[in-house]
Design a binder for this molecule. Structure first.
Ligand code: GDP
Ligand code: MN
Length: 378
């Protein structure tokens, strides 16, 4: 789950991080009132859950109410990567001398949490990583939830920040950012830019936090921060019906029982030259209802050219799955072909039911997947 800059900045302030003071406004009159309170100049910042607002014209510095008015109207009319601007953050403007990048993220490949810093902050960090990878410094926590301030840390922080005062402040900022990261089960906590103002002080001129969706149940207080306009509607829908669903980029929809079989199915699809449109585990003891929801959710995705159903019936009864598929076909009236392979409990009953509806089954996983990939390539 992503949250807006103003929400992340609020968590930053609570954690003692030097975020710029500001408030969010939906209406021009509110924005003017906030600017009066803070004092001009102020910066207006479009609140959308996508990056690159600066480049898209979503950040505007204004020095008086007239300028604020026109900037506010411009920002409200803006569409940043298809996202409409509803709220605008009004913050005290600072004179920026230099921009750093600091972030705490999960490094999945190393099974570790990584602290990242760069003296070339401000812009796209992904871009710097490509064009100037030496400018990005990394410190791995090595499984600790805290920074061990030994020599490795000192070397890291010195390689990024210029003087002793900044190095001290930088260390404190990283400590607090790391605490937020663990306290809230984040997948990313990032400040870009961490700006040096004209007093030489470091301050967070942007705030970004992503939470690990799988740990959200541990933080009921975060639910109010959710902006559902930015959520994948199919993933939300799947959650409602107890289906494990992840949307992917391919065109073969998958309904599988068991996470292991679902992963193996996706692997084989890839192996024979296809691409799965989703991961979906209908779970054990699938009732026909679940299958209907699964199909409906998969078919939201207009890229889907074929749906592969791969069921290994243990607790799951194949005839339940078959009834679900037949009912789904009746209710949803779709033209995307179904490719079915099911074996195990009540397999023969299932095949009879499906054949009556002219849905044919494949005896092996390999054959079914081959057929699905072929249909998807047509
Ligand atoms: P992003 O493009 O979505 O990451 O938005 P940011 O909040 O990072 O803002 C983009 C750029 O706007 C920053 O890198 C700064 O250069 C500039 N900016 C943001 N806030 C201020 C501010 O208070 N004063 C000044 N002078 N520039 C700012
Ligand atoms: Mn930024």
């Amino acid at each position: 789950m992503k949250i807006h800059e103003y929400q992340a900045a609020e968590l930053f302030v609570r954690a003692g991080l030097p975020a710029l003071s500001g408030e969010v406004a939906a209406e021009l009159s509110e924005a003017i009132a906030i600017a009066e309170r803070i004092g001009y100049p102020v910066v207006l910042k479009a609140q959308v859950l996508v990056g690159g607002r600066g480049k898209a014209g979503g950040i505007k510095r204004v020095t008086n109410p007239e300028e604020l008015r026109s900037a506010f109207v411009q920002l409200k009319a803006l569409k940043i990567k298809d996202c409409l601007v509803e709220k605008i953050l009004v913050v005290r403007a600072i004179t920026i001398q230099k921009e750093f990048y600091v972030g705490v993220a999960v490094d999945a490949a190393r099974h570790d949490v990584v602290l990242i810093a760069s003296a070339a902050g401000g812009v796209d960090i992904e871009e710097i990583a490509k064009t100037n990878p030496q400018a990005i410094r990394k410190f791995y926590l090595g499984g600790n939830p805290q920074i061990n301030e030994g020599p490795a840390w000192q070397a890291f922080i010195r390689s990024v920040f210029d003087d002793l005062a900044q190095q001290r402040q930088g260390t404190q900022i990283f400590q607090r950012l790391t605490k937020i990261f663990f306290d809230y089960d984040c997948s990313l906590a990032e400040i870009n830019p961490l700006a040096v103002d004209d007093q030489g002080q470091l301050c967070a001129a942007d705030a970004k936090i992503n939470f690990d969706d799988n740990a959200l149940f541990r933080h009921p207080d975060l639910h109010t921060l959710r902006d559902i306009r930015y959520e994948e509607p199919d993933e939300m829908e799947a959650k409602k019906y107890g289906l494990s669903f992840v949307r992917l980029n391919g065109n073969i929809g998958c309904i599988v029982n068991g996470a292991g079989l679902a992963m193996a199915t996706m692997d084989i699809i890839n192996l024979v030259g296809g691409e799965p449109a989703n991961f979906l585990d209908v779970g054990g003891s699938s009732n026909p209802e679940k299958v209907i929801h699964a199909l409906r959710i998969i078919l939201y995705n207009k890229n889907v050219k074929a749906v592969l159903i791969n069921i290994f019936g243990g607790i799951t009864r194949c005839d339940d799955i078959a009834r679900g598929l037949i009912e789904a076909q009746r209710q949803l009236k779709f033209s995307v072909p179904l490719v079915v392979r099911l074996i195990g409990t009540n397999e023969n009953e299932a095949k009879v039911l499906l054949n009556e509806q002219r849905i044919f089954t494949y005896p092996t996983m390999r054959e079914a997947i081959g057929q699905a990939v072929e249909l998807a390539h047509r």
